[in-house]
Design a protein. Sequence first.
Lengths: 558, 172
Amino acid sequence: MPNIFTPLLARISPLKQTLSEDDLSIEVDAKNLFNNIEFAASAGFDYLVDITAVDYLSYPKTPVARYAMVYILRSTDFKSLLTIKSFIINEEVESITQLFKAANWLEREVYDQYGIKFTNHPNLKRVLNHHEFVGHPLRKDYIITNGQHCSIAESLMDEMDVQLEKHNLKDEEHMFLNLGPSHPASHGTIRTLVALDGERIKAAVTEIGYLHRGFEKSAEHHTYSQVIPYTDRLNYCSAVMNNVGYVKTLEEMLGVHVPKRAEQIRVMLMELSRIMDHLVFLAAQLVDMGALTNYWYLYNPREDVYNFLSKLSGARLTNSYMRIGGMSHDLYDGYEEDLQTIITNVQKGCADALALIKHNRIFHDRAKDVGIISAKDALSYGWSGPNLRACGVNSDMRYLKPYYGYDELDFDVVLGSHGDVYDRIMVRFEEIEQSIKIVKQIQATLIDGEINIADRSIILPQKKEVYTSIEGVMNQFKLTFEGIKVKPQEYYGSIEAVNGELGFYVVSDGSGTPYKMKVRAPSFLHIAALPEIIQEYQLADAVITLASLNIIAGEMDR
Amino acid sequence: MDIKGATNLLGNEVITTKLDEAVGWARESSLWPMVFGTACCAIEFMSVAASKYDISRFGAEVVRFSPRQADLMIVAGTITYKQAPILKQIYDQMSEPKWVVSMGACASSGGFYDNYTTMQGIDEVIPVDVYVGGCPPRPEALIDALLLLQKDLREKKYNPNRHANFKGALDA
């Protein structure tokens, strides 16, 4: 057992505990919940990964109470995971917002989706569903198709008034302006209400949920395999990455390991996804600064990646290429040539763009020392990925908790130092270079062999078998209609996705359908910090600060 | 003086045509899209606008994010119930004549998001002229929708009263 857990267990004495490798899951009494989390935070688990709840209403084995709260924490070195679970009786629990800034929005989401109230929460209102919504959709007795129209957007002045009071500002001395949701710089789905003094932002309130499309409820109504296309549309700029994050979690729950070749192909595609995602980020970021030329330089190489992905999977953007236990099929003949084209063109695009901005006075003046966040605040907000690395914190799971042979690959973790817009841009430029390095290494070492595991209860049979034997037909039928059976458990799995730690908290009940699925979406945690970091900057700075967080709405709102 | 007389008089100095045709030709050749992009389809729209597919070949590259300056709304992405009043407001702010293209499965029908938060097609709140299938549609499919619309305009099929009887869920 890692030493980090010893003082924790000596003090907490949980009702139940399960230990696996670096991870510990404990169940504690609701009465001591806050104190236990506070102690865990002081004993080295000071990074909040996620908060969610589970509704056990229709769970086969009825537990002690209908709702349970789940808190997932990480140790300071990001290597150990602590899951604290607690059944709650009266649908009320103490807020932990004073311990972690990230808890604010995470608890609002639990309130919104499950109706669990948090005492001492500073702003307990809905975050994903609209303000006229009645009920709590992730409760098991809420019917999935029960949609509710929204007649008008909310004013947000209730939250703004609190902000004005907090900063000692007078209502009549400011101009209020809506940035979004329909605004070229807000990427269609993010709304920020700002109080302006001239061009300067004195207070801000951000509203999200405009692209909340019910991923988690939909997942509860589909088999594990049917969820894969939904994961494509989380971060749709890098669909394969989400596929891998999801199937890897499921494979860990099933206790299976994909063959080495499958791991290598996955790494290759994940790094390609990282490249293509960063390309969109950089293209959009520079357009938001008014530098349109970069858009053509940086976006066009994406077409080469699309070309490769459509040959591989049949789709340009939403690939659904991964399967639980492997992938739909192997690489195509002659892919090497396409891969080389991608690498050449991406490098050329980045070089061209950098030639325009690297020594460009306007770029430097606009990006440097703008939208700064300290490493401490970023960690408290639960930031991860390139945004956190721009603050100088190494949180890269590929390096800290290597999977799929990342430890055998030679690459640098790219770190910034200021946590400003400039660092967030430059970290991504360099990460593209590092990902190219990884892709080349994989290509050079790619081994022959199987791409799928040989387990008929997980992988579909060959078509030839389905058409010629009754066993094959039955096998196909059962896997398609009943789904892959996952034995009852609660598990959190994650990968280092483009925007940071992409995690899936899955509750299985033994059937072929997830009982509950929560996505730990990095963008959701990044956006929560926006109102704070744009304060006292100019309006135009807010636009590029928002862009520099690379918020992908599909992932943020799910 | 009839048209023939005018043509004789002015020679090759002017081209005479019908007003309808001239207006149709102008409309057809200078559609100004307002991209209501929310999700994955918006990324594919970026491809349509980039060099490879290049929407400017069809005279529709002046993308405006202000509804006041646009006449073609391209709804690219899932529209949720929360987004619906915003969509309607933007649509109402566009001046006539205006057209709407519903890009992709979500905007057209809710797509595979048959759930509590996703509107089952934008035609619940605003009228649609062209639907494009796909999740997301390939860039060619969106260009095809644009060509369909242009064909209508060229053939003077534009009818300003075509949606007169439309009543959306958010209309009072």
